[in-house]
Design a protein around this ligand. Structure first.
Ligand code: COA
Length: 259
């Protein structure tokens, strides 16, 4: 069985990390595959509307870096392993398309970093999340120290990262780390409902908005407003803009083509 399953259905790509026996730990080969998937769909952004990533089994979304693989490699030879996870997660974070982490279980270390690189996070009830690296003698190295404070603020990020705390799904929701917490039997439906909302909007508008938020965030307001103006222009001369206005005038649902 492949360590990563990719299914494309009606313009939505469903990716499953498929190593449930090791709690979907991110090995180097798996990271290289995750990077390939991101690269492929970053190029095909005109024909795809969203990517959803989940994990196999009901124990973990991902337990992060493959610690057994790491242990088998001497510290001085471990750089390619760290680089592979960092590059893969960055590739997911850099995707133009909207992304959803459908978190079927707990997420630690690189697993949580991967989820944080996605635009939306839906977490199953009863799961836990944490950036546990300091307890393992390392530190988050695939975006954690940068993405977590941007998502939940510096004070709470320090609490999670510097103490290596594991927190409950309810707490993750409370601090704004995940968008939704749902019972296990409703996880897939929650993912599909979110996908349906994304698909109902104009694709170029969704991608341009994502870009404006990400490029403008944490910049001075004047620069951020400039960036917003540049991104807005991408929507101005599209057929979808005309379709949106026409559908509104006619009182019907718009049919967007991504053009
Ligand atoms: N890398 C490699 N293997 C891992 C792993 C990881 N990150 N996390 C779990 N596994 C393996 C275990 O070693 C075990 O293998 P075994 O069956 O050969 O003994 C198997 O997955 C099941 O793990 P287990 O701990 O028995 O399952 P669980 O469901 O009780 O607990 C976790 C799951 C994820 C809570 C627990 O395994 C854990 O805390 N893992 C470490 C998470 C972490 O700190 N990651 C940060 C990495 S930087």
């Amino acid at each position: 069985m492949s360590e990563i399953l990719v299914e494309e259905k009606q313009g939505v790509v469903w990716v499953t990390i498929n190593r449930p026996e090791v709690r979907n730990a991110l090995s180097r080969p798996l990271n290289l595959k995750l990077q390939e998937v991101a690269a492929k769909y970053d190029e095909q952004y005109e024909s795809v509307r969203a990517l959803v990533i989940t994990g196999a089994g009901d124990k973990a979304f991902s337990a992060g870096a493959d610690l057994k693989e790491r242990k088998s490699v001497a510290a001085e030879e471990s750089l390619p392993y760290v680089t592979a996870i960092r590059t893969a997660i960055r590739a997911w974070g850099d995707l133009k398309l909207p992304t959803i982490a459908l978190m079927n279980g707990s997420a630690y270390g690189g697993g949580l970093e991967l989820a944080m690189a996605c635009d939306f996070r839906i977490l199953v009830e009863g799961a836990e999340v944490g950036l546990t690296e300091v307890r393992l003698g390392i530190m988050p190295g695939a975006g954690g120290t940068q993405r977590l404070p941007r998502l939940i603020g510096e004070a709470r990020a320090k609490e999670l990262i510097m103490l290596g705390r594991r927190i409950s799904a309810a707490r993750a929701y409370e601090i704004g780390l995940v968008h939704q917490v749902v019972p296990r039997d409703q996880l897939r439906a929650a993912g599909e409902a979110l996908v349906a909302e994304i698909v109902a909007a104009a694709p170029i508008s969704v991608m341009a908005s994502k870009s404006a938020i990400e490029r403008g965030y944490a910049r001075p307001m004047a620069e951020g407003l400039e960036i917003e103006g540049q991104c807005y222009e991408r929507t101005l001369y599209t057929q979808d803009r005309d379709e949106g206005l026409a559908a509104f005038a006619a009182g019907r649902a718009p049919k967007y083509q991504g053009r």
